[in-house]
Design a protein around this ligand. Structure first.
Ligand code: ACO
Length: 423
């Protein structure tokens, strides 16, 4: 049973709930609904304060049953790096919740409807999110477009060989606050180089150094090491250490939070440092690019237990603008026949002509070469999921022989797309 909000403030079909843009003085009530939907464990004050500061009220929606908030969502204004290096305005969908007392009545559907209409009106060609459960968002046109690499590296037994120049990099411990600007400068250098990265928006630099005691799970406070060459900060690592002792000796764990290097040697120096920390035997890595170089520098990848996880979900909101915003690593000239049930303005045939310099994508009446839905376009958009792989899964139909290979190569990315942090 789906609620049908004809107007932004219209009631659902039970006649009891109202959907509207969030007001500043409603935030606590609104945010409490979100926290409760995620289990109800309160956040540390500094964490809650950060989420309050980064909430964009005019881009946030609440559903109200009388004075009670029963539904939440918001959409950060982000700029996302796409293949070719352009920084594209996107909606970062976030803080989605429906009260347990009101679940499965269509409230999420009504919020997604309003939100995607808004994103279109804002002129943002893409919406992106990270999903608490992969099963939720496909019906609204989102598909996993990036994956992240996790690992549990047995550093007692796995060696690391580093590239030339690594010894020229020096490392020092630092207070987070003292080196925050220098670390941010490194981050900013990396953003245009990898699809999926997000340009830093005000306050977001606080996220990487948030260190509530409740998040430590017996490990140390977040530590910071910066890498320097010639007096310039070229990288940093943030991590915790969880000490451990077995009858046979030490068994500590390094829990990597973030690692960034402006060049190969800096990255290698930081990994070598983490691998070699005294009294530790494991490095746990949660969310790294799937093409991270250290995988090719270790002596035993099996003892690193690499694993993939879905990361950024991509929703093409405006097919023409989205496909024109990126470039293509090989020349491509194909007509897509797009079916988009939730955003029908995308449905129809689109001719994409492009190469590594730029692209055009416009409606056409020409015969179609490839048939797909908005979800396959979203999955393939950042170059992390292959169109040929989607075709093999029965999700892309090739209508002109050769069109699939042409498009599949063109959509690829030399560098794996990666989302640097959740939101
Ligand atoms: C980007 C982010 O913020 S991710 C965070 C998402 N939030 C959470 O996980 C918090 C806990 N969960 C919730 O708050 C809610 O259960 C929500 C938001 C996931 C779903 O809200 P609801 O209002 O119950 O969803 P709604 O009634 O609109 O469901 C629409 C459809 O999606 C399906 N659906 C909803 N949630 C789920 C789910 N978790 N898994 C699978 N299907 C789901 C429904 O069954 C329904 O299917 P139908 O149209 O075939 O009947």
């Amino acid at each position: 049973m789906a609620a049908n909000f004809a107007t932004p403030s219209g009631p659902d079909r039970t006649g009891r709930t109202v959907l509207r843009t969030l007001e500043q003085d409603e935030w606590d009530n609104w945010y409490d609904n979100l926290i409760r939907a995620f289990g109800g464990v309160p956040e540390a004050p500094e964490e809650r304060a950060l989420w309050r500061d980064i909430t964009q009220f005019d881009r946030s929606i609440g559903v109200w049953d009388g004075a009670s908030c029963v539904g939440t969502t918001s959409a950060f204004r982000f700029r996302l790096t796409v293949p070719g290096g352009a920084s594209v305005p996107v909606a970062g969908v976030t803080m989605v919740s429906v009260a347990g007392t009101h679940r499965r009545r269509g409230l999420l559907t009504s919020m997604m409807r309003r939100q995607l209409d808004d994103v279109r009106a804002w002129g943002e060609p893409l919406a992106v999110l990270t999903a608490s459960e992969p099963a939720i968002y496909g019906r609204f046109g989102y598909a996993a477009g990036t994956f992240s690499l996790g690992a549990e590296i047995d550093t007692a037994r796995v060696g690391l060989s580093v590239p030339p120049g690594t010894d020229d990099v020096s490392l020092r411990y630092a207070d987070h606050a003292d080196v925050l600007d220098a670390c941010e400068a490194v981050y900013a250098r990396l953003v245009p180089e990898r699809p999926g990265m997000l340009a830093r928006e005000p306050h977001w630099e606080r996220l990487g150094v948030l260190d509530p005691e409740s998040e430590r799970g017996g490990a140390s406070p977040l530590q910071c090491v910066v890498a320097e060459r010639g007096g310039e900060v070229t990288g940093y690592a943030r991590y915790r250490v969880r000490p451990g002792w077995e009858p046979s000796g030490h068994n500590g764990t390094v829990l990597l939070s973030e690692l960034a290097g402006a060049d190969q040697a800096t990255e290698a120096a930081l990994w070598r440092f983490l691998f070699g920390l005294d009294l530790t035997a494991t490095v746990v890595v949660r969310s790294r690019p799937v093409d991270d170089a250290w995988q090719h520098q270790v002596t035993d990848i099996r003892r690193c237990q690499p694993r993939l996880r879905d990361s950024l979900y991509v929703r093409v909101v405006d097919v023409g603008a989205a496909l024109e915003a990126r470039t293509y690593q090989a020349p491509v000239d194909v007509v897509f026949d797009v079916e988009d049930a939730f955003c029908p303005w995308n449905t129809g045939r689109w001719r994409l002509s492009g190469d590594a310099k730029g692209a055009t994508c416009a409606r056409t009446t020409d015969p179609a070469d490839l048939a797909l839905t908005e979800r396959e376009l979203g999955a393939a958009y950042l170059g992390g999921v292959g169109l040929a792989s989607l075709a093999a899964a029965g999700r892309v139909r090739e209508l002109r022989q050769g069109a699939l290979a042409e498009a599949a190569v063109a959509f690829g990315s030399a560098v794996a797309p990666w989302l640097p942090h959740g939101f």
